[in-house]
Structures are given as C-alpha cells and as structure tokens.
Write a protein that binds this ligand. Structure first.
Ligand SMILES: *[C@@H]1O[C@H](CO)[C@@H](O)[C@H](O)[C@H]1NC(C)=O
Ligand SMILES: *[C@@H]1O[C@H](CO)[C@@H](O)[C@H](O)[C@H]1NC(C)=O
Length: 547
C-alpha cells in the first residue's frame, strides 16, 4: 500500500513537474518582431554606438545592394565581378529610436573585418579584403545624419582578414590573427613594424580548413589576454609578448573557430573588489573536425551540441563540458543585461563559408550561468527567418536583441539559392520585456544617460519600481560589442558591487550605491550601457562614459 502510494505520488509529481516545466518554458518564450523587411544590405557586421544607432556593413565587391549611396554618388569598383560602377551602399546606420536606416559610404572592401569602439565613442574598424585589407576606418557618431566613414590608408601593418580585435586598458586596440597571419598588431600603430609573432595561431591552424580564424579574445581580470583558437587557448601577456599560461584542449578536441564556427563569451564578471577576480569563459557549438571539407563535398555533418566552460584564473584550469538543447554552428552568443547568455542564429549542420551551412536553427536557447549544471538551458520561441552564415545579433539599450544578416553566397542572391540573402532586421525581445513584468521593471532616474563616471568611486543610482523589489538589486554594465561571424568582440558584462541599498520610506523610489570598477583592466575606458536589475528584470539601460 505504502509502496503504491509512493509510486502514485512520484507519478503525480512527475506530471506536475512536466506541467510546470511546460508552463515555465512557455512563459520564457520571448517574442520576435520584424523591424524592417529590407534595410538594403546584409547586416554582416554590426556595432551599437552611444547614440543608439547601429552601424552595419557587408562587402563592396559582390554586386549592387538594395540601397543607393547618398546624394546620387557612385563608386568605381574595378574589383567587382558584377558591377564595376556601383551606385549602391554597402554600409548603413540603423536608428533604433526611429526604426529607420540611412546609407553610408564605404569605399574599400570591408568584408570579414573586425573592430572596436574607442574610449571616446568612435568606432574603429580594421581590415577587410583586397583594397580594404590594410585599411583602418573610423566612424564618429552624430545625431544630425551627417557623419560618415573616414578611411585611413595603411592603417594596418599586415593584411587583416578574419581577425579579432579587443579594446585595451590604454584605449588602443589589439588585432589578433586573420587569414595567414600568425601574429598580432596594435592600432593605432605603436612601434615599427608593429607586428608580433604568435606561434599559437600557426599551431592551431588545421591545414586546408584553418579552424583558427576570428579567435575568441577576452581581456582577463589580471590584464592578460585570453586567446582561444580551434579547440584550445592561451593567456598572453601582450605587453611582454609572452604566453603566461596554456590551457588544455576542450575534451573531444573538435574545433570551435571559423569555419568550424562556434561562439564564445566571457561570463559576467562579479565580486569586482576581490583581490583576485574570477573570470570564466563559455564556448558553445562549432563543427566537428573535417566538417568544412566534407560540406564542400556535399556531406553536411551534424554540428557540435556542447558548450565548454572554464575558470581561466584557476591554478589548474579544466573545461567542464555541458550539453546544449541542440547542435549549433554559426550561432551568436549575446550577454543580456541580467547576466544570462542568449544563443541565437546559425544552423545545425555543415560549416561556415559560402553555401556550406544547413538546417537553420530557429530556436534561441537561453543559458543561465548561475544555475547548476544540467539546469542551465531554456529553449525559447522560434523565429521564422533562417539566419545562416553572415548573420549577427547585438544587444540594444532597451534590452532587445537586434538580429540581422545572412548572406551565405558570393553575391546578393535573392532567388535560386537555398538560403537567399536576407536584408531584413528583426528584434528578439526576451521574456523580461513582457508586460506582465512591467511592475518589477526598474526605471533609472539618476544619473542621466551620457553621464561620465570614474574608476574606483561610489556611484549612486536612483530608480523607481512600482511593484515589489527584492533587494539588493543588481547593477550591471555592458560594453557594446562589434559583432560578426558569430563572435561579439569586446563583449563584457560587469556586475558592480553593492555598497548600500535604500528605499525612501514606503515610496516607489529607491537608491543603490555601487562601486565602480577599480581599473581599466577590469573595465577598459569607454561608453557602457548601465542597467538596474530587479529579480532578473532589467531596467532600460543608460549610457555612461567610464574614464
Ligand atoms: C530594391 O529592390 C526593389 C525590389 O526589387 C527595387 O524595386 C528597387 O529598385 C531596389 N533598390 C535599389 C536601390 O536597388
Ligand atoms: C547569384 O548572383 C550572381 C550575380 O548576380 C549570378 O551571376 C549568379 O548566377 C547567381 N546565382 C544563382 C544561383 O542564381
């Protein structure tokens, strides 16, 4: 009797759990919105700027786009296989507030390039292909629609194609690797010849398939750079040009870098006042070794369905492998303001590069870094638009994620191909933006957006919440990423240490005193989005300039 009751109870519990799980995953769905059906170009590279405008660009030598250059201008484009005189734009600026785009003028080829925002808010983009391979280009944000690209000849010492950039504590940027470049350099140039060999990139180069391009580069809390390529990583002291640590390969050994493109994030940095600050890297998805070569022979291998996570400052760091809800190659990983990680875009078989991806993944997956292993993933509502090779995703200040791109062909092919070039722009709204959470959503009253803050200070934030606040709230800062080829360069989220949390009487007004980062190693100077998070529901962000 007792045994039967227990079994019955267990069954009951299981079905209750199922019900609950279903309810939770339904509630966690999120929403997709088509923002613009046609922005004229494919959003291959995206960067959010401090005025809530997003600069996007693709490449200049693959035929006319669907948006004209400003003022009836045309470009002489002798390298273009399709149009030697091109009167269309290959870069645009998207204005989040008005949901409109305007064409920008980029003269040389920006294809598969990289970039970073300078501490003064200016976007610095580097490299590309052919006539663009040695260029640096700057874009200074403006609100009068007059700003445009400026191009700098020989801004680079070496051709940089499929490289990764990272902003450094001194405001310069480092540019790591690229096709046939087993080295790194700095921008602006520091010394002559400004090229430092990095044998690690040669060692991680799989002949005939590379698998070491667009390396995942993160600034560690000790000032060194964590550089991941293929299936493993090093810690580089770029000031002395020495490798200070070598990490083991991810168990299984399969590659995670282009064209076996996975993605990676530096997980939220917290306890920032600690003497030694922890830092964890999460690498997800990719494609088994050989996938690129097999895909070219029409065999589309299932992508990797694992993530690997490592505490990079441990004495003896080891990867912990976790299973994802599905296989994913060419996915994007976007840090959300509450510290969760969104996995979005990509396919579940094949490889990156022209025509080589298959089985688009429509379902985004959310990763909760704080949950125990095996309970970290949640699957969200699917999109309807395939976002394959050359798609991208970036976080906006209002908490939505902007999704665009997908151009898996050597031209703008809109018909007669498997995944036509995609000119639409969508927004994914995570569940925290649902109206049912409006009551819990903080509204920041002070400081004002665009305020300057300093390092190592107590910063007071005033905010309102209509409903219940479960203090202490979280205050986060996010550095806006340069996103392309499934990697968000410079993506960094800091959870500030709470000093004091107060409620003004029984009102809906609250104050929180937080400690700003202690150094430019923890948080390089520049514009960050700052959020107050109550019970996992983030406020709309404000822009702060850390200097
Ligand atoms: C964009 O595409 C539409 C529809 O095909 C076409 O009518 C329009 O002329 C195109 N615009 C440009 C600038 O290519
Ligand atoms: C793709 O576009 C290019 C340039 O317009 C054209 O030459 C090529 O035939 C197209 N491919 C397909 C499969 O339609």
């Amino acid at each position: 009797m007792a045994a039967r009751a227990t079994i019955f109870y267990a069954l009951f519990l299981t079905s209750l759990e199922l019900l609950l799980t279903r309810h939770v995953s339904f509630a966690a769905g999120g929403k997709w919105n088509l923002l613009l059906p046609n922005v004229g170009i494919s959003a291959m590279h995206m960067q959010l700027l401090r005025n809530d405008r997003v600069v996007m660009f693709d490449r200049t030598n693959f035929g006319p786009s669907n948006i004209s250059l400003p003022n009836g201008n045309c470009r002489n484009n002798p390298n273009d296989a399709v149009s030697k005189i091109d009167c269309t734009a290959h870069s645009i600026e998207y204005d989040v507030a008005s949901n409109t785009v305007r064409p920008l003028t980029v003269q040389s080829n920006t294809w598969c390039s990289s970039g970073s925002v300078r501490p003064d808010g200016v976007l610095v983009q580097t490299g590309g292909d052919r006539d663009g391979e040695l260029k640096a280009r700057t874009f200074t944000p403006c609100n009068n629609d007059r700003c445009d690209w400026a191009e700098i000849n020989n801004g680079l010492a070496r051709r940089r194609w499929y490289s990764s950039n990272h902003i450094l504590p001194d405001g310069k940027q480092i540019i790591v690797g690229g096709t046939r470049q087993f080295n790194y350099e700095f921008y602006p140039k520091t010394t002559s010849p400004n090229v430092i060999a990095l044998p690690f990139l040669a060692e991680t180069n799989d002949r005939g398939q590379e698998n070491n391009l667009y390396p995942y580069v993160f600034l560690n809390t000790d000032g060194n750079l964590f550089i991941f390529a293929n299936n493993r990583a090093i810690l580089l002291d770029y000031t002395k040009n020495t490798v200070v640590k070598t990490f083991p390969a991810i168990p299984g050994g399969d590659p995670r870098s282009y064209p076996s493109t996975g993605s990676a994030v530096l997980l939220p940095l917290k306890n920032l006042e600690a003497v030694k600050i922890d830092a964890e890297v999460l690498v997800c998805g990719g494609a088994p070794k050989g996938s690129f070569i097999l895909a070219r022979r029409n065999t589309f291998v299932r992508a990797l369905d694992t993530c690997a996570r490592i505490k990079i400052n441990d004495e003896n760091p080891q990867w912990t492998v976790e299973k994802m809800p599905r296989a994913r190659v060419m996915g994007d990983m976007t840090l959300l303001p509450n510290g969760d990680v969104l996995l979005i875009n990509g396919g579940s078989s094949g490889s990156a590069a022209w025509e080589l991806g298959r089985e688009p993944v429509f379902v985004p997956d959310l990763y909760h870094p704080e949950n125990p292993v095996n309970s970290r993933f949640e699957s969200l509502n699917p999109s309807k638009i395939p976002r394959m090779y050359h798609s991208a995703a970036v976080l906006l200040r209002d908490g939505r994620v902007l999704v665009g791109g997908s151009n898996p062909h050597a031209f703008y092919n809109f018909t007669g191909v498997l995944f036509p070039t995609e000119l639409s722009l969508e927004a994914f709204s995570p569940v925290y933006l649902e109206p049912e959470f409006a009551n819990l959503r903080p509204k920041i009253m002070a400081p004002k957006s665009q305020s300057s803050i300093k390092y190592r200070m107590n910063l007071k934030l005033k905010f309102k919440v209509a409903g219940e606040v479960k203090g202490p709230v979280k205050v986060t800062m996010v550095f806006p990423s340069f996103t392309t080829h499934s990697f968000s360069m410079n993506q960094r989220l800091l959870v500030l240490d709470n000093v004091k949390f107060t409620r003004n009487g029984k009102s809906t007004n609250y104050e929180v005193l937080v400690r700003t980062p202690r150094s430019a190693i923890i948080a390089p100077p520049g514009y960050y989005m700052m959020f107050v998070v109550n019970q996992n529901i983030p406020s709309e962000g404000i822009w702060v300039r850390l200097q």
